[in-house]
Structures are given as C-alpha cells and as structure tokens.
Design a protein around this ligand. Sequence first.
Ligand code: UDP
Length: 340
Amino acid sequence: MKILITGGLGFIGSHTIVELMQAGYEPIIIDDLSNSEPFMLDNIQKITGQKPKCYLYDACDKDRVRNVFAENTDIKAVIHFAAKKAVGESMKQPLAYYRTNLVSLLTVLDLMQEFKVGNIVFASSATVYGEPEKLPVTEEMPLQKSLSSYGSTKQMAEDILEKTTANHWLKAILLRFFNPVGAHHTALLGELPNGVPNNLMPYVTQTASGIRKELTINGNDYSTPDGTCVRDYIHVVDLAKAHVKAIDRLLKTAETPVCEVFNIGTGAGISVLEMVETFEKVNNIKIPYRVGPRRAGDAESIYASCEKANKILGWKAELSLADMVRDSWNWEKYLKDRKE
Ligand code: UDP
C-alpha cells in the first residue's frame, strides 16, 4: 500500500519511512531538503535494503505536488510532516511559519480531495497545550492560547483538519508529539539541526563532541523538583512506530471516528538536569554546563497521558531514557566521522 510522506527525509519523517517499509508499506517521499540532506535517503536504503521513491519538491508547490499524485494514482494515505519547527525562530519570522505550515497543509488537502485520497496522519505537537493547567495532559483538555507562532500553526492545522473531516470525505489522525529525541540504533538516521541547535538534545550532543563550549540550562528557579523545566522525551523510533499504528488504524480498521487526536509521549516527566545527568552517566562523558536565565515562552512542566494511544492505537513507548541518550550520542559521533 502506497503512503505519501511529506517531509519524509526529516528527523521524524526518515525514521517513519523505515518503520513503514519494515511493516510492508510502500512510502513515497516529498521533501525539499530545507532541513535534511541527500545522504539520509542513501541511509534509509542501507537500513531497509530498498530506496523509496523520493521527490525533492516543496510541499507548498501545488503544481509539482499534483504531479506526484498524478504519477502515483493508488496512494492510500498521506502523512504530513513538512513544516517549519523551531519555536524561537517562529517568533522572529511568524509569516514564514504561517505560510509554510498552513499552505503546505492546504496544498496537500486540496490535492487529496482532487485525487480522492481520504486518509491523513498529521504531525501535531504538545505545544498546542500551551502552559497546561493539569498534569499529565490528556487529549480532552481545552487548548490554551498558544505561546508561539509555531504552536498556533499547529492549533490552526488541527482546526482545519477537524472541520474538513466533518464533511466526510477525509479521515484524520492527529498525533501530538511530545519531545522527540534519540536516533536510529544503526546511527544512520538522526536529527540534523540547522545551525546552532535550539533544542536540548542536539545542544547536549554537540557540546559532548566539542562543537559547543558549554550547555546553558535555561533557568533553575522553576517550581519543579530540581528547579529546571520538565518535559516528556520520547525516542524517535517509538514515535515513528506510532505513525505505523495510525496508518494501520486508518486503512485496516472499519468504522473509526473521522478525526482522532492522540498524545504521543512516554508519560514520564524528566527535568533538564536529569536529562543531562543521564546523558553523562550512560555515555560516560562530561557535559560542561552553566545555569542561565529562563527562556521566553517555556512552559514549566509538561508530560503526557498516553492512555488513549495505548488503548485505541495499541501503541506504547518502549525505549528508555538510556536508549535515547545513547542513540543520540552515537548519531552525533557518526556525523563527526562523516565530516572527517
Ligand atoms: N533547554 C536548555 N538549554 C538548551 C536548550 C533547551 O536548558 O540549550 C531547555 C528548554 O528551556 C526546555 C527544555 O530544555 O526547558 C526542552 O527544550 P527543547 O527546546 O528541547 O524542547 P521544547 O520543550 O521547548 O519543545
């Protein structure tokens, strides 16, 4: 069964391609390489033994994306990842975020309607919850006003999908990712941050490999057990597997609701300090760090209830925090070896 994946060479996209292929699906990739590199496609082939079809197109380019649908007439579903994803950058370039994230979704939906493709899995985010009033967060909790332009593009996209599915030509599963980290256990796939990383894990791995001098911990005066922010980190391979479950549900289960939302995390709240200390212990390497001021827009604590995904999708995170920090570090070392 053919599945079209926009943003299929990105961090989460590339791992999802591998899991889909290993589950017997035939993925077709659209990616403009704005946050990836061509070797990711070669590495997918090294892992799976096959090179998936890949179009190096911008998902907002309707004429080119139309050609992909026209050339591959029996696409059964779309997984839509293609989007800009840096929270901080989204505050500096809000229009670029609204344009890319919304136009790519609308382009894909228009063409799905035109070509009668009735199933979509959408890459949403825990940022839609803003600063939650209760923990762990459940899917039913009302969404707070978003703290960033990035977050509001995800809220708007969820709204667009919910309203569109109400017309009954489309079924959607919205996966709200918590904090994806880790890398493929082969160290052939992982995150490729653009420039100085904004996110914690790539900053930690780049500090470990000497690219960055020291990590700055963004505040240690929060009302959390050790004063640093708490997040729900999830291994990217577990997250990729959730997409296979979502596709299975859309294509193989009769009579499901037209629009469903699932949290995809581990359910464990981990502080920044705990993450750094686990990285140091598992990899036997010191991370020089200092404590800096709080970062604007940060929620203090957020972690998921994943009961719904567990019960309905039959999905549960299996990999541990130790797996996450080990695989992230192996990937960073692989990147270093590639350059040398
Ligand atoms: N963080 C940090 N130093 C960094 C990068 C991130 O202390 O160099 C903190 C950040 O303030 C937050 C947590 O790590 O509390 C996770 O941040 P990240 O950007 O990875 O994910 P977010 O939860 O913001 O999507």
